[in-house]
Structure formats: structure tokens, C-alpha cells
Design a protein around this ligand. Structure first.
Ligand code: FE
Length: 198
């Protein structure tokens, strides 16, 4: 079964965690809203901020950018971001000529160490099927209108490889520091459904 390549059965520890969570909720010892808040933190703050620092470094350091594009996993590890779902990273660069966008058509594979947890829409069946069939149409729905001259490439996660987009550095940001640049970079731009704006 092809989809089993992207997922794996829950480990002993994961099964115990799930059982423990159910029990704690049942006994009223934890609040699912608090758990959701924690997940939200990883989905929107911790995760994507790591990827944003990778992008900002690539924007200010051409040698780092070259390493990032040729040996993604190692270059990302230079900044300390390693671990599950990030073992085999390929970074693809957006330019005026080529626009890259990411998907996992089979499930929801996603580069956790750099981008955190995937957004709900990334895991949804409509995004997964439609971005392959009509990437320009999907990008338009995200508010991104690309010129016809721009080639759109869709990268589908495999059992091992996780992709990340290196977005274009927006014009007018020449004076910004690396930290200031990192603050501009959004999760969606690193998935490739939007651009970074200044
Ligand atoms: Fe997957």
C-alpha cells in the first residue's frame, strides 16, 4: 500500500501518550483547549520561526544559501534544526522564473524541525489533490497571482524527503538585519502558497 510509506504505525510510546491523554481529559486533569493551545504554539510560532531563520540566513549569506540548496539537511542542521520528519531535507528556491509549492498527496508529510506542525488545510484532501491538478488556481485562492511566464513546480513529499521553499527576498529589504528579515518570513511562504512581503 503506497500510503503506508508516508506514515508508520504508532510506536509503543505514542500509544501510551494517547491513552494517557484520554485518561487525563476524562478525569478532568487537563483541558483539551490547553493542549490545543500548545499545538497552536508549535504550528504557528516555534516551528515556522526556525524555518524563517534558515531563510533569513540564506538571504544574507550567499555561501550558506549555496549549501542550503545543495545539502539541505546539513545546512539546516548548522542552525541546530534536526530531528523527526527533517532527516532528509531538500530546499527549493523561488525565483521570478520558477515558483515552487509543496504538498504531500498521500497524507501530510511536512518538515517538522523547520516548519513545525502542518496547517489543517495542508492535510485536507482538496488541497492535496487540487494543488497537483491546478496549482495556479489553488495559488490564486491563497491570493497569489503568478505571471504566465513563471513556471510552477509542485513538490510531492516521498517516504523520506521533506521539502521546504526558500522564498524570494522581497524588494526594499536591503537595509534589514537578519533578525528583521526572519520576522518577515511566514510559514505559508515556506510552503510556497504565498510570497514574503516587506
Ligand atoms: Fe505523506
Amino acid at each position: 500500500m503506497a500510503s503506508s510509506a508516508h506514515t508508520r504505525p504508532l510506536s509503543e510510546v505514542e500509544i501510551r501518550v494517547k491513552a494517557l491523554e484520554s485518561l487525563l481529559v476524562e478525569k478532568g486533569l487537563i483541558d483539551l483547549a490547553a493542549v490545543d493551545a500548545l499545538i497552536d504554539k508549535y504550528e504557528h510560532k516555534v516551528g515556522p520561526r526556525n524555518g524563517a531563520r534558515v531563510v533569513a540566513r540564506a538571504w544574507v549569506d550567499p555561501a550558506y544559501k549555496a549549501r542550503l540548496l545543495s545539502h539541505g539537511t546539513e545546512a539546516i542542521a548548522e542552525l541546530g534544526y534536526t530531528g523527526m520528519q527533517g532527516e532528509d531535507m531538500v530546499v527549493v528556491e523561488n525565483t521570478p522564473e520558477v515558483h515552487n509549492v509543496l504538498v504531500c498527496t498521500l497524507c501530510s508529510c511536512y518538515p517538522w524541525p523547520t516548519l513545525g506542525l502542518p496547517p489543517v488545510w495542508y492535510k485536507s484532501a482538496p488541497y492535496r489533490s487540487r494543488v497537483v491538478i491546478d496549482p495556479r488556481g489553488v495559488l490564486q485562492e491563497f491570493g497569489l497571482q503568478l505571471p504566465e511566464s513563471t513556471e510552477v513546480r509542485v513538490w510531492d513529499s516521498t517516504s523520506e524527503v521533506r521539502y521546504m521553499v526558500l522564498p524570494e527576498r522581497p524588494p526594499g529589504t536591503e537595509h534589514l538585519s537578519e533578525d528583521e528579515l526572519a520576522a518577515l518570513v511566514t510559514r505559508d511562504a515556506m510552503i510556497g502558497v504565498t510570497k514574503v512581503s516587506a
